[in-house]
Design a protein around this ligand. Structure first.
Ligand code: PMP
Ligand code: G9A
Length: 419
């Protein structure tokens, strides 16, 4: 049935009846497909070992708890859960999140408002919509989350890239850049960072740099977009609070999501920030989807209310920790001299740098023919200038496949190095 449908759709695609491109807006013509989403389509259906996508493992979804919560949500909250909700979100959920931010991270919430979004991805788009004029300078990490580049990119900013090292964004280099821009009479509007278990870098920004970044925000008058989807996925080392924790001036918009701690299919996430900023984001959201999926919000609220999140997070960590260890051990065992990779303490990704001269995009096809996939690093750089990096995901495939995937990848890399 599915196959038949797919074939029919393909036939349609092959027979154009209109000059479709002529109808699109200039903005639409400028849109580029996300490499990750396209890649996922490619490897989803095959027996290739995919270390590419950034999917949580479905074994970490709390089926047992949800089996208990779902019927109750309908029986006790059905009228509300199945109705339109407010744009800002389901109030009991917003209150639960505020309490979580206070308790877990010490974020003082008296001056913070919270809006629920359809995934953090929508939060990123709303932020682009509300803050970015064409030509505004937006600082991003190099590398950074490619779908954030996609969201912000729609609003035509000028991206400035700041490299990462093992302690996250090189805030010293940011300072140099800010000074240089100021000398030219230019100003940074936004700094976007994923400080904890960065996607794709895997690295975490040190506490010192977090505080320094805030000082710079104050000195040079910019807003920080702190994206924290991986904060709870720590498998070793010491916790570092979000930057928002020290945000005395209300300069940080903090993005959190249930995607990695409950289930991404719910599409429930939040933005926490200064009420004036949240109000504008709320107005921007009204015209997009009226409100986030209310059923999903009520489920998330019940999940928090029942104390399930606290019990569930250790389960997720226990599931992913050995996977990270397995990947790091396999890398040590199989990778040739000259290949470097990050050693994350959590999250979902390891970032790899190959010797100069190797183009991981060109190498991708060879890797796929050997039965392993990764994400070529190029797409994670705003200017796409770096060719010799790649991203590996360790949360999705079985442990044996992680080892076999790394073994295959090492073979491909060795051949490439010889050539
Ligand atoms: N930000 C980052 C850094 C991510 O890695 C992701 C998901 N991969 C998102 C935002 C979007 O998450 P969601 O929309 O599922 O909340
Ligand atoms: O696009 C998705 O499915 C989410 C994954 C993000 C990523 O791989 O970084």
């Amino acid at each position: 049935m599915e196959e038949k449908l797919a074939k029919k759709m393909e036939e349609k695609l092959e027979a154009p009846t209109l000059n479709y491109e002529a109808y699109f807006s200039e903005k639409a013509l400028g849109m580029k497909a996300s490499e990750i989403r396209e890649l996922l389509k490619l490897v989803e259906s095959s027996d290739i070992i995919s270390l590419a996508g950034g999917l949580p493992n479905p074994e970490t979804f709390p089926y047992d708890v949800l089996e208990e919560i779902l019927p109750r949500v309908i029986a006790e909250h059905g009228a509300q859960a199945l109705q339109y909700g407010t744009t800002k979100g389901y109030t009991p959920l917003r209150l639960e999140i505020a309490e979580l931010l206070r308790r877990r991270y010490g974020i003082p919430i008296s001056k913070v408002d919270i809006m629920i979004t359809s995934g953090s991805q929508q939060g990123l788009d709303l932020i682009g919509r509300v803050f970015i004029n064409p030509g505004d300078i937006v600082v991003v990490e190099a590398p950074t989350y490619l779908a954030a580049l996609q969201s912000f990119g729609y609003y035509d900013p000028k991206f400035v890239q700041i490299p990462l090292d093992d302690e996250g964004m090189r805030v010293d280099l940011l300072e140099e850049k800010l000074r240089a821009l100021k000398a030219e009479g230019k100003k940074v509007k936004l700094v976007y960072t994923i400080p904890t278990f960065q996607n794709p870098g895997g690295v975490t920004m040190s506490k010192e740099r977090r505080k320094r970044l805030l000082e710079l925000a104050s000195e040079y008058d910019f807003i920080i977009i702190e994206d924290g989807p991986y904060n709870e996925l720590r498998y070793r080392g010491e916790e570092i609070p979000p930057i928002k924790r020290w945000d005395a001036e209300g300069r940080v918009l903090y993005l959190g999501t249930f995607s990695k701690i409950l289930a991404p299919g719910l599409r429930v996430a939040w933005v926490a920030g200064e009420p004036h900023f949240i109000r504008k984001l709320e107005i921007a959201k009204q015209g997009i989807d009226l409100c986030t999926n209310v059923l999903g919000q009520v489920i998330a609220a019940e999940f928090l209310k029942g104390g399930h999140l606290e019990r569930h997070i250790p389960r997720i960590r226990a599931f992913y920790k050995p996977k990270l260890e397995t990947m790091l051990e396999a890398l040590d065992k199989y990778m040739p001299e000259g290949v470097r990779w990050t050693k994350p303490e959590g999250g979902m990704f390891v970032w790899m740098t190959l010797p100069e001269g190797i183009d991981t995009k060109a190498m991708f096809e060879k890797a796929v023919s050997k039965g392993v996939a990764y994400v070529p690093g190029e797409a994670f750089f705003a200017d796409r200038s770096v060719k010799n990096t790649l991203r590996l995901n360790f949360t999705y495939v079985e442990d044996e496949k992680i080892v076999e995937g790394i073994r295959r990848l090492a073979e491909v890399i060795k051949e490439e190095m010889k050539a």
